[in-house]
Design a protein around this ligand. Structure first.
Ligand SMILES: [Zn+2]
Length: 817
């Protein structure tokens, strides 16, 4: 890549960075002056002139106009504080009122405490010092970065470092009222690179009539990995716990390797990446790059076949963008068109390699435990070794995934290094599938994790990217001439087995053989997580994602859709699912003793396994905080499903069960629902309030209410509590039976087409049974049960369709099996 490409990208990033210097100098109130010249003081001397050149500034100005979907002059007064991107969304006719607008805090990006949640606007007096502090911190880091690059060894390394610096400091600084300087600058940089090779004639034409021009100016490229679910979950539960996390993390690394591979093949800098995560990536390329995608796709398929034998496939597609597509919200339709193409491409997996070759690679399912097959993945492999500790036989790829999963537990840093891709094999079959390192290597990426800075590899040549995986780890990083540093959000929650865990299990549920397979300081196996659940010993498997996400992107901004807004929304959703969800899970693990395991959380969806009782509470907290994070937007919510399974239940089946439960929630009208114990309810009815609000209005409230009501034990087991819970469960059951009978008889709606209440004598029997039960208890319990009966009665038995769910929940918590 030539230096001009980097210079153009750098100028795109820099154009408004001079403001930080003004704030650092205590001039927050003054209008920005100095432009790129002021900003370029942070650029190492050798590259300074290049990024200030007139021809560079000319394409940057066009790029800025395209990214924002409006000329600078038409963008109104300078915004005082960054409004959340959620405030600009209208979803199914729901939007936030202007007075409900919320603003991001003016602080460097960090997950600590409540820093991520939007708040009311700061007062003018509070704003100035906040900007000044932010400016001072940025200037300090930017100067250190420029210093590290004075010898100008690696322009791409400097560019990526600056991008990461902007992520940290400019994520909360407004470029537009609802788009951060970070998101807008990186999109400007990306478009500037796409425009830089346009002829003088074309630039003139664009400058004259940008908003109506049908000239192609960029290519939106999307990559989508398919086969992900089967790849992660089609492994046996034997020894799978570390392998599972390793596999899931590898897919994130593979997404990174593939997006960087495509960027490199197209000779584009990292600033052209719009988004990557969850097996997807989007990037901006030049219009002329469309002709090259086919060949790049073929090479990627060839390499993936060699290493994954048809299990994973990347659909790589492009959609051309004309200048006018960046205006009047048209960008969303182009995004949609790209997604449709990707869907079609997935239907023709490997077709680009020719039918004969593609047929050779039918994904292998799980086999048995035959001598040539791995006991984890069931695949045949020439290198299978016996593992005496767990009495299993594992193939080399599985052993490597397991080692990666283990390393991740202590990981504070992720390091990445771009290297030349290993040479293309003559035929995919000539390659023996190796570990994940070899698979990444074929795309030119080396990667690994490390617990401490001093344990990071020290390469002799090339550029190394070091990304802190938690807020504290950032402090120990310093940029170097060949070291790019920054923060990477990653949900990395892995429960660790301790000596105390094993001792506690010794006298109880595990036999000697099972105990012998447990070792302290390893990933806690599912069989132990299951036993550490409260009450009924079961694992909870949670799958959840944002409702209507496609619609949010394609229609949410309406005519106001711009490239910058789309980038801002991707970034914001990523911060929640790649960052905050992990904080919630870690908090729960601290409280309940390491019983949650994040298999995956990113993009807009997540998959957790853990002690079922904690998993349910986690799901609820994730939904509650998503609402807060989205500034209370009524149209932004998530639905999920929770399946309860045994620790030795087949993993792919558990994933499928949770998937079905999630699917049921997604079928609920208006969504925003959860499926738990086989019943689907809107979250509002399930209960979003905390445990302290034990009430009888929601399932969650009633569950805590009933738990507090635990009645004195009688001789025969649970006694009174059990019969109260049973009574409530029967009540709901009788209702459901009556409702079903009505449906079968076709009489559930009256002549006006209204659904009729299902009334029956069983309602009153339930009511009187509770009253009788109350009479048998001591004063306070008596009052509580009687109040429950009265409440049922007062709201016309409205809670009858979930009262049994709350009762069964408590029953499972109290039952010690
Ligand atoms: Zn294997």
């Amino acid at each position: 890549m030539n230096e001009k490409t980097y210079a153009v990208a750098l100028a795109g990033l820099l154009q408004d960075v001079g403001q930080f210097a003004q704030w650092a100098a205590g001039k927050w109130g003054e209008a920005p002056v100095g432009g790129i010249e002021l900003a370029s003081r942070y650029v190492p001397t050798p590259w300074r002139a290049a990024c200030c050149a007139d021809e560079v500034m000319r394409v940057v100005a066009l790029a800025d106009w395209l990214a924002a979907g409006a000329r600078r002059a038409d963008r109104g007064p300078r915004p005082r504080q960054l409004r959340t991107i959620f405030s600009s969304l209208t979803v199914e006719e729901q939007a936030l009122a202007p007075e409900e607008a919320r603003y991001w805090p003016l602080k460097p990006l960090a997950l600590e405490a409540e820093m991520l949640f939007p708040q009311a606007a700061l007062s003018e007096e509070a704003r100035a010092p906040a900007y000044e502090a932010l400016g001072a911190a940025f200037v300090q880091d930017a100067e250190a970065l420029a210093q590290a690059h004075q010898k100008a060894a690696a322009f791409p390394a400097y560019l990526e470092s600056l991008l990461l610096l902007l992520q940290r400091y400019a994520w909360c600084v407004p470029a537009l009222p609802d788009v951060s300087l970070y998101d807008h600058s990186r999109m400007t940089a990306a478009l500037a690179v796409c425009l830089k090779d346009q002829s003088e004639e074309m630039l003139k034409a664009l400058e004259g009539d940008l908003e109506q021009s049908t000239e192609p100016v960029a290519l939106l490229v999307g990559g989508d990995i398919s086969g992900v679910q089967d790849f992660i979950y089609t492994i046996t539960s034997r020894g799978a716990t570390s392998a599972l996390r390793g596999r899931s993390f590898y897919l994130q690394l593979l997404t990174e390797a593939l997006s960087r591979y495509v960027l490199r093949e197209l000779d584009l800098p990292v600033t052209n990446l719009i988004y990557q995560g969850g097996g997807n990536f989007y990037l901006l390329a030049r219009p002329s790059d469309a002709a090259r995608l086919g060949e790049i796709q073929r090479q990627i398929s060839w390499r993936l076949l060699a290493h994954h034998r048809g299990e994973l496939y990347l659909a790589l597609e492009g959609a051309p963008l004309a200048a006018r597509d960046f205006f009047a919200g048209r960008i969303a339709a182009q995004w949609d068109a790209l997604r449709r193409r990707q869907q079609q491409a997935k239907q023709r997996r490997f077709a680009e390699l020719g039918a004969e070759l593609a047929q050779l690679f039918v994904p292998q399912g799980m086999g048995g435990d035959e001598s040539g097959e791995c006991s984890v993945c069931g695949r045949e492999h020439p290198d299978i070794a016996a593992d005496a500790e767990t009495n299993t036989r594992k193939c080399q790829p599985c052993r490597d995934f397991e080692a990666l999963g283990k390393d991740l537990r202590q990981a504070s840093y992720l390091w990445l290094r771009e290297v030349p891709p290993t040479s293309l094999p003559e035929t995919p079959l000539s390659v023996k599938p190796g570990g994940w390192q070899a698979a990444l290597g074929t795309f030119g990426l080396e990667a690994g994790v490390s617990a401490r800075v001093e344990m990071l590899p020290q390469p002799d040549a090339g550029v190394q990217l070091v990304l802190a995986l938690n807020d504290a780890a950032v402090r120990d990083l310093a940029p170097g001439p060949r070291t790019v540093v920054g923060r990477r959000l990653l949900v990395n929650v892995t429960p660790t087995l301790t000596r105390a865990d094993i001792d506690a299990l010794r006298d109880r549920q595990l036999d000697a053989k099972e105990l012998a397979e447990l070792h302290p300081d390893t990933v806690k196996p599912f069989s132990v997580l299951e036993l550490q659940a409260r009450g009924t010993k079961r694992l909870g498997v949670l799958r959840m994602d944002v409702d209507n996400l496609g619609l949010l992107f394609s229609e949410g901004f309406g005519k106001a859709a711009t490239l910058s807004r789309v980038a801002a929304l991707s970034f914001a959703i990523g911060v929640y699912f790649e960052g905050w969800v992990g904080q919630l899970a870690e908090r729960a693990n601290r409280k309940h003793g390491d019983v949650l395991y994040s298999i995956y959380s990113g993009g807009d969806d997540l998959f957790f396994v853990g002690a079922w009782d904690v998993v349910v509470e986690l799901a609820r907290e994730i939904r509650v905080d998503l609402g807060r994070f989205a500034a209370g937007h009524p149209g932004i919510h998530a639905s999920g499903g929770i399946a309860l399974v045994g620790g030795k239940y087949p993993l792919y089946q558990a994933a499928a069960d949770a998937g079905e439960a999630e699917h049921a929630a997604k079928a609920h009208p208006g969504k925003d629902a959860v499926t738990f114990l086989g019943q689907t309810l809107p979250w509002a009815k399930f209960g979003l309030e905390g445990a302290c609000a034990a009430n009888t209005e929601t399932v969650h409230g009633l569950r805590h209410h009933l738990e507090q009501l635990v009645l004195p034990e009688k001789e025969d087991g649970l006694g009174a509590t059990a019969s109260l819970l049973r009574r409530l469960t029967q009540l709901q059951l009788a209702y459901e039976t009556a409702l079903k009978a009505r449906r079968q008889a076709g009489t559930e709606v009256n002549r006006q087409g209204e659904v009729q209440g299902v009334w029956g004598p069983w309602m009153w029997r339930g009511y009187y049974a509770l009253k009788r039960m109350a009479e048998q208890e001591r004063a306070e319990k008596e009052r509580a049960i009687a109040a429950l009966a009265e409440r049922l009665h007062e709201d016309h038995f409205n809670s009858i369709d979930w009262i049994g769910l709350a009762a069964r929940w408590v029953e499972l918590l109290l039952r010690d099996l």
